[in-house]
Design a binder for this molecule. Structure first.
Ligand SMILES: NC(=O)c1ccc[n+]([C@@H]2O[C@H](COP(=O)([O-])OP(=O)(O)OC[C@H]3O[C@@H](n4cnc5c(N)ncnc54)[C@H](OP(=O)(O)O)[C@@H]3O)[C@@H](O)[C@H]2O)c1
Length: 279
């Protein structure tokens, strides 16, 4: 495959004040494996309190062995607002100093809609993807916002999207769109909260080694070299979150995801400001 020519000037990001260094207590969903676990390990080592939710006690125990100090609550993020709300209330009661959430839990389904006899079962595929990657994220953020906004210290809402939010892969038609949804929502939430103590940071991974969609990864060993090693990726995210001279980014990108965002950034940010004046 030949290298595509750039279609627009690449636009590096402008920096924003780094919020991560001041954070003390982070609710990080999906820390039982992959990116969430790797981030939790690093954040715990830096002295942060990290709280996660897990669907399986065995997985939680295994994660706690790999990430000593990780606090866990049993919860499937898709069980609905009543159950999720009661666990979130309990977390706030147990950790009133909670000052950040990282909405990292997510799933990815390989889906094809071109064979009428074998269309995906909606409930176990795209409805679950939308519930996990969009609905539960919006609900969690809305549940936590009153707590964050009542504080007089810096707080952060971090979403986890994907380079595929910008350049969709045809193997994951719904997944790409869920991440594009959360990207758009992150931009507008950041704008709406710009005069508050709550910062919105979007973590935008490229392809990274993890347990995401394992069947598809096993079926395509030829793609293995595309995946960034997990430790390399997690170190990069932490370095960018920590920032330099008190400055970081509101979109944390690496590799492919930086390319995807960078070519669109100049145009989109300029037009976003026209549509949404800052004052
Ligand atoms: N890896 C990549 O290439 C890549 C690229 C771009 C974006 N991302 C995003 O990065 C995030 C982390 O994914 P990953 O790659 O680290 O995958 P992963 O290894 O499969 O980890 C996903 C985590 O989310 C949890 N989770 C999923 N559904 C849940 C639910 N209903 N309730 C509670 N927890 C749930 C999983 O818990 P269980 O252990 O119980 O399954 C697991 O801890 C996702 O949002 C993903 O879309 C990943």
């Amino acid at each position: 495959m030949s290298t595509p020519k750039p279609v627009a000037p690449f636009q590096p990001q402008e920096t924003v004040p780094a919020v991560y260094p001041a954070l003390t207590t982070i609710f990080l969903t999906g820390a039982t494996s992959g990116i969430g676990l790797a981030l939790a390990q690093r954040m715990l080592k830096e002295g942060k309190t990290v709280i996660t939710t897990a669907r399986s006690a065995e997985k939680l125990k295994a994660a706690q062995e790999l990430a000593p100090g990780l606090v866990g609550y049993m919860l499937d993020m898709t069980t609905g607002d009543k159950v999720v709300g009661s666990v979130v209330d309990q977390i706030i009661k147990d950790y009133p100093q909670l000052d950040a959430v990282i909405c990292n839990a997510g799933i990815q389904k390989t889906l094809y809609f071109n064979d009428a006899a074998n269309l995906p079962d909606p409930n176990s595929t795209w409805k679950l993807e939308i519930e996990t990657n969009i609905t539960s994220v919006l609900s969690l953020i809305q549940m936590l916002l009153p707590h964050f906004l009542a504080k007089d210290s810096p707080c952060a809402i971090m979403t986890v999207t994907s380079g595929l939010a910008f350049i969709p892969s045809a193997d994951y038609p719904i997944y790409n769109a869920t991440k594009a949804f959360i990207h758009s929502y992150s931009m507008t939430l950041r704008h709406q909260l710009r005069k508050t103590n709550v910062s919105v940071v979007e973590i935008i991974p490229p392809a990274v080694q993890s347990n995401l969609n394992p069947e598809h990864r096993e079926a395509h060993p030829e793609r293995a070299s595309m995946y960034m090693p997990l430790d390399v990726y997690a170190d990069d995210v932490l370095e960018k979150l920590r920032g330099t001279d008190g400055q970081s980014f509101d979109e944390i990108t690496s590799g492919f995801s930086e390319a995807g965002c960078g070519y669109a950034r100049a145009f989109i940010r300029q037009r976003f400001q026209m549509l949404n004046p800052s004052n």
